[in-house]
Design a protein around this ligand. Structure first.
Ligand SMILES: Nc1nc2c(c(=O)[nH]1)N[C@H]1C(S)=C(S)[C@@H](COP(=O)(O)OP(=O)(O)OC[C@H]3O[C@@H](n4cnc5c(=O)[nH]c(N)nc54)[C@H](O)[C@@H]3O)O[C@H]1N2
Ligand SMILES: Nc1nc2c(c(=O)[nH]1)N[C@H]1C(S)=C(S)[C@@H](COP(=O)(O)OP(=O)(O)OC[C@H]3O[C@@H](n4cnc5c(=O)[nH]c(N)nc54)[C@H](O)[C@@H]3O)O[C@H]1N2
Ligand SMILES: [Mo]
Length: 631
């Protein structure tokens, strides 16, 4: 018998899920009420009001919910239903202590749902499960660091260790983490980007020379035509809906490309505006192309072919000839390819009617400030890279890149997934980044490429990995084949998870396992005796500061920075010449080091809370400047 757990009340009697009527409208009053209910249940009324009012404010913290940028203004309601849920997740008053682990064996925990595990509350102290044991037991921080150092030393080969990163890790922690990993001697730095926007980074690097988006929030507001392809902002990036509403208010036309009629794209009520709450909401998408699954490549080839034809029919004016001549290679080959296409076959593949495609082609031909946004409905398909290249071609044909109100907008997931890549969390680091790291820290980093997520699982399955470290995230549940990953992780000698909440990766790990509990984004970080703040980079390459406001969930928690520095001192030894303790005591010093290594991070050391500095020029899409491609 198991006792009912918090969260179980959302399930029906058979433990299955309820399927209700489809929502017609996203956000609005139900969204706000739901987010307040969620927050109050887990935080209590005072803590929830205090927390939600500091979300995405200049003197507050960055929402860990998603990577959509914050507007420059300071409305006290710059949060969404999901941001509130993400905050409630982290700022919950529920706690997991040593008694919890004494009551539950790992086999018992492994039999619970992911939802149940996540609902048990915040992790509060370091825990160790020795090889063969069924229970986690408390361990001191020093001893925990010793367990990791000993396991790496016993392994003897740095390439037999894997260091995963989730996308919520701050720039400061991520930078020191990759430095530690490279000083250990490996580039085995898989991250959640491998499963997320990796294909965007690859396709954008191939086409425009930089693996990031090229637009800012102002560009979105100024666009005349926005294509939202394979993305569900109503659920996953609700704050994006406000930007789309603003663009629409200024006259933009919105085209959604999605096999599913997503409620948030059809109608949206903006909870920050009375008009949004009382009215029926804004019908966001003017055109809704219900394309067949995976047929976006066919659709964009059709659209591009039509742009070339329309240019012929109108005697010019559709293709931006000057831009194509000056800035693009391979234009004639593209034209030849487009003219050779079998239009009927492509149209049949999309499942769309000819006039639907024609209307969107005409919109593209008649408007020049065009932005294409996309997310997992594109990036996670097999043909993601060619599809994204074809979407870029659409923009290039119209010269709609590198100018105001136009460009590419891959909408990232985790709140600092892009920043982590900028900081060097990448298994295939650029030589220039490694050169800069070598010069700044006086050591020779490894040059061979490391494992990405899938290669890491394969290596573990072969028995080629002794130690797995997860800086955040839930590697086991997030990776593509859970059963294969479970078996692969079980072959490692030690798995280490730096985490805020309990998840599947803690209960089905290696022979031995460690849980290192860390501060979350919402909490005050007093590492080194002073209040520290961190920086993050949003989906539009803006870096801004974030400072938590709540008392930490437990006095035993350490910041991710402190944990990395503690690990480094133990693994590399007291004689290591990186001043780990000094860096941990003043995050400004870490930002100085980042500035020395990462181009475009200038002034990061003095960045005031709430202000931004771009890690790429605002409107130039074409200068490669990051160590890796953001995924
Ligand atoms: N609440 C909440 N918010 C989150 C997250 C979360 O876990 N919870 N995760 C964050 C993360 S890491 C990410 S990456 C983002 C993800 O954000 P999204 O990419 O918006 O997330 P998905 O729910 O995967 O939505 C994929 C969309 O693509 C559509 N789609 C599927 N196949 C195709 C296709 O072949 N063609 C087209 N055109 N469309 C298709 C689906 O119908 C769906 O609308 O969300 C972030 N925000
Ligand atoms: N089935 C399925 N799998 C997927 C996806 C999907 O849609 N469906 N989406 C894919 C995508 S797009 C992504 S990005 C990946 C995400 O993969 P991951 O990032 O690995 O997974 P998450 O579920 O986001 O990780 C949640 C855990 O992160 C920890 N955490 C939360 N906040 C913090 C923090 O501030 N610091 C630290 N150290 N830990 C923290 C908590 O312990 C929490 O349990 O999953 C991929 N896998
Ligand atoms: Mo993601």
């Amino acid at each position: 018998m198991t006792t009912p757990a918090p969260g179980d009340e959302e399930r029906d009697d058979e433990g299955g899920l309820h399927v209700g009527a489809r929502k017609q409208v996203a956000a609005g009053i139900p969204g706000v009420l739901w987010s307040m209910r969620h927050a109050q249940e887990q935080l209590g009324p005072v803590r929830s009001a205090k927390t939600l009012l500091k979300l995405n404010q200049p003197d507050g913290f960055d929402c860990p919910g998603c990577a959509w940028p914050d507007p420059g203004h300071t409305s006290h309601f710059e949060f969404c239903e999901n941001g509130a849920k993400a905050i409630a997740e982290e700022a919950t008053v529920r706690r997991i202590d040593a008694g919890f682990f004494a009551r539950h064996t790992v086999d018992d925990l492994a039999s619970r749902t992911d939802h149940w595990l996540g609902q048990q509350g915040r992790l509060t102290e370091p825990m160790h499960r020795p090889a063969g044991a069924q229970h986690y037991r408390p361990i001191s921080w020093d001893d925990a660091f010793g367990v990791v150092a000993d396991a790496l030393a016993a392994s003897g080969d740095p390439d037999r260790a894997v260091f995963y990163t989730s996308g919520r890790t701050s720039n400061e922690a991520a930078f020191l983490y990759q430095l530690l990993v490279r000083k250990v001697g490996t580039n085995n730095l898989p991250d959640c980007s491998n499963m997320c926007h990796e294909s965007s980074g690859v396709a954008l690097s191939q086409t425009i020379g930089i693996g990031k988006g090229s637009v800012t929030l102002d560009d979105v507001h100024e666009a005349e035509l926005l294509l939202i392809v394979g993305q569900n902002p109503g659920t996953n990036h609700p704050r994006m809906l406000s930007a789309l509403e603003e663009a629409k208010r200024r006259g933009a036309v919105i085209v959604a490309v999605n096999p599913l009629p997503e409620a948030g794209l059809i109608r949206f009520k903006n909870p920050q505006k009375a008009r949004g709450i009382v009215g029926r909401g804004t019908a966001l998408a003017d055109e809704y192309l219900q394309v067949k699954l995976g047929a976006d490549l066919a659709l964009f080839e059709l659209l591009n072919r039509r742009l070339v034809e329309l240019d012929d029919e109108r005697g010019g004016g559709v293709l931006d000839r000057a831009f194509l001549d000056e800035r693009c290679d391979g234009v004639d080959e593209l034209f030849a390819h487009l003219r050779s296409l079998d239009v009927d076959a492509l149209l049949a593949a999309t499942g769309l009617a000819a006039d639907e495609v024609e209307r969107v082609a005409q919109l593209l031909a008649d408007r020049s400030r065009i932005i294409i946004c996309w997310a997992m409905g594109i990036t996670q398909h097999r043909q993601a890279v060619p599809t994204i290249r074809e979407m870029v071609n659409t923009l290039l044909l119209r010269g709609a890149i590198g100018r105001a109100g136009a460009g590419v907008c891959p909408v990232r997931g985790h709140s600092n997934v892009q920043g982590d890549r900028t900081m060097g969390i990448y298994e295939k680091p650029a030589p220039a980044f490694l050169d800069a790291l070598a010069a700044e820290f006086g050591f020779e980093p490894p040059r061979d490429h490391g494992y990405d997520t899938v290669d890491a699982i394969r290596a573990m399955a072969r028995g080629d990995v002794d130690v797995f470290v997860g800086m955040g995230g839930n590697f086991l549940a997030a990776t593509p084949d859970t059963e294969a990953t479970r078996a692969a992780l079980a072959r490692t000698k030690l798995t280490v998870q730096v985490s805020t909440k309990l998840n599947r990766s803690h209960v089905q790990g290696g022979e031995a396992a460690l849980i290192l509990p860390c501060l979350g984004r919402t909490e005050i970080d007093r590492t080194g005796g002073a209040v520290q703040r961190v920086t993050v980079e949003d989906s539009m390459s803006m870096v801004h500061a974030s400072a938590g406001r709540l008392e930490p969930a437990s006095p035993h928690l350490r910041s991710e920075v402190a944990i990395v520095c503690g690990l480094a001192r133990r693994i590399l030894g007291a004689g290591d010449d990186v001043p780990w303790a000094e860096l941990a005591a003043d995050y400004g010093r870490i930002r100085d080091r980042i500035e020395a290594v990462v181009p475009g991070f200038t002034a990061a050391s003095t960045i005031p809370a709430g202000s931004c500095c771009p890690t790429r020029p605002a409107t130039s899409a074409c200068s490669p400047r990051t160590p890796g491609r953001p995924g």
